[in-house]
Design a protein around this ligand. Structure first.
Ligand SMILES: [Fe+2]
Ligand SMILES: [Fe+2]
Length: 299
């Protein structure tokens, strides 16, 4: 990634990609929602907080770009393009290799590659005795970040997600940045319900574009609905943490969000320095992937 880094004063070289790496956004979430119970972690909440505090400028700029550009029309354009899945076909394992290219080795704060985050999430789920499809969700939930490798900017791949085509909630992080969004003063999109009907159900709602929506569509024929909700809404913090969009949800969404909420702590707090090696874990995960997914996936 085109970024110079001298610890105290990070200079943004690529104006469209302010984060040193995608983990900076996730560290910022930890600052907002620190671990209440310290599940499966030896690292103190305070350490995560300190890390995140140093990242404020680049993360803030990242949110500014995200909120400026994630409009209703933008989302529809991205869906039309990427949901054709005509970019590449590969086994899931190649996608993980692909993902690991996202790590910026010039960043001394990042000691984990994307695959480690996925394995730590899935292993924490497995250790708690959840169903195997949920373990698989842990393994693949961030696979949509391969979007970066198709030339998508960071703000179109990661970040909190939220509905578009209706008013942006002030419960979304940095709500003031939505003032720059073309939909902010739109006569329909700026309204509470916008293009939607009250409690129409999230199946009828377009979410901001990113790795969550992308991986949901990729997996929708292969996993139980509970798992699909986890994939699709895992970054929808303004709902699963703040309950800001209940007016668009139906009864079924509320039922399914119990699973989204169950998944979230595994995503955020499952950092484990004593993780088993990939060599040890591989047989289990190869079999798990084989059970649910085809040999190759379309991207
Ligand atoms: Fe994610
Ligand atoms: Fe994640």
């Amino acid at each position: 990634m085109t970024m110079s880094n001298n610890n105290t004063n990070k200079k943004v070289v690529d104006a469209n990609n302010p984060l040193a790496n995608l983990d900076e956004w996730e560290m910022d979430i930890l600052k907002r929602y620190p671990d209440p119970s310290a599940i499966a972690t030896n690292k103190k909440t305070e350490e995560f907080r300190n890390y995140a505090a140093e990242e404020t400028d680049t993360v803030k700029e990242f949110y500014r770009l995200n909120h400026t550009h994630q409009s209703y029309d933008f989302v529809l354009r991205k869906k039309t393009d990427f949901l054709q899945f005509n970019k590449k076909e590969m086994p899931i394992w190649s996608a993980f290799d692909f993902l690991n290219e996202l790590v910026d080795d010039s960043d001394p704060d990042t000691d984990l590659d994307q695959m480690q985050h996925l394995l730590q999430t899935s292993e924490a789920i497995r250790n708690d005795g959840h169903p195997d499809w949920m373990v698989l969700v842990g393994l693949i939930h961030d696979m949509g970040k391969v979007l970066c490798l198709f030339g998508e900017p960071q703000w179109s791949v990661v970040g909190d997600t939220f509905p578009v085509g209706c008013a942006y909630s002030d419960k979304i992080v940095y709500p003031e940045f939505f003032k720059n969004n073309p939909d902010y003063n739109h006569e329909v999109y700026s309204q509470k319900f916008g293009v939607y009907k009250p409690n129409c159900g999230l199946k009828n709602v377009h979410m901001s574009w990113g790795h969550d929506e992308y991986v949901y569509h990729m997996m929708k024929d292969y996993l139980p609905e509970e798992g699909l909700y986890m994939l699709r809404y895992h970054s929808f913090y303004s709902q699963h943490r703040e309950n800001a969009y209940a007016h668009l949800m139906d009864e079924h969404d509320h039922e399914m969000f119990k699973w989204v909420k169950l998944f979230n702590p595994y995503d955020l707090y499952s950092k484990n320095p004593n993780q088993k090696s990939w060599a040890e874990l591989q047989p289990y995960y190869k079999a798990l992937v084989k059970k649910y997914l085809p040999e190759t996936l379309k991207f």
